[in-house]
Design a protein around this ligand. Structure first.
Ligand SMILES: [Ca+2]
Ligand SMILES: [Ca+2]
Length: 245
């Protein structure tokens, strides 16, 4: 019948429009909910616990405030007390992505100074490969390390895109992962197959803390988890990375 063809085309067009409007896939998990842990320097904190922040490198003369700590999602987080020697401790997360493809990763951290602003990480590496190292398995994840970003140090929680200081093995350099910085915004994702993966988070600097991790198939910075908080100082840099309501 001749009228079937346009109807079929219309239905297909509607399906395509619906597919385009579907929200990006996303996953998130609490940093304190790891599958495995090694070493002593990484500690689990409950909201309200005393956190040894930056006695030597305070921001505006203030230590990490209880206010920030009490805002931890799940009422807990992990990190390394400032003044504690990092020993290559790591935590391993086991997670699954519902669809294969590009996934953009974020972490919610307290990283208040140039001596308190990094972890190491590795994706889909073996436990014995997880090291406090910048090698072919492990990256340095910096938070406001580049000179241009140091004005944004804060003792509050902030969300950072996953990055790598040397660009190896993960090619996403710190500045390239930021919005409104430079002429282009072209963040680098992790390309993951659908299903199970692991993420190792390894200590690097004492005085750095992480609350939650988030990953989305959307490259847009507005695709952020519900718990996103930004400080006034960061508002310009982070544009509309704001709490989704
Ligand atoms: Ca430190
Ligand atoms: Ca948490």
């Amino acid at each position: 019948m001749s009228y079937m063809k346009p109807i079929r085309m219309f239905v297909l067009a509607c399906c395509a429009l619906i597919a385009l409007s579907v929200n990006a896939a996303e996953i998130s998990w609490e940093a304190e909910k790891f599958a495995k842990k090694k070493g002593e320097s990484i500690k689990v904190y409950k909201a309200g616990d005393k956190v040894k922040g930056t006695p030597d490198e305070q921001i505006d003369g203030k230590p990490i405030p209880d206010r920030a700590v009490s805002k931890a999602s799940g009422n807990a987080f992990i990190g390394v007390d400032n003044g504690v020697a990092t020993d290559g401790s790591w935590v391993k997360y086991e997670f699954a992505v519902p669809v294969g493809g590009d996934w953009y990763f974020w972490g919610k951290v307290i990283a208040p100074s140039v001596a308190d602003n990094s972890f190491h990480w590795g994706i889909d590496i073996k436990d014995e490969e997880a090291k406090k190292a910048d090698d072919d398995k492990n990256n340095i994840w910096d938070f406001f390390e580049k000179e241009e970003l140091r004005a944004y140090y804060t003792t509050d929680w902030v969300w950072f895109r996953l990055n790598s200081r040397s660009g190896k093995p993960f090619p996403g350099l710190e500045l390239d992962q930021y919005i409104n910085f430079g002429d282009t915004y072209d963040p680098t994702p992790l390309n993951l197959s659908a299903g199970k993966h692991t993420f190792h988070l390894i200590d690097r600097e004492d005085g750095t803390f992480i609350d939650a991790l988030f990953a989305t198939t959307s490259r847009a910075h507005r695709q952020s988890p519900t718990a996103v908080e930004t400080t006034d100082k960061l508002a310009t840099l982070w544009g509309d990375l704001k709490q989704r309501r």
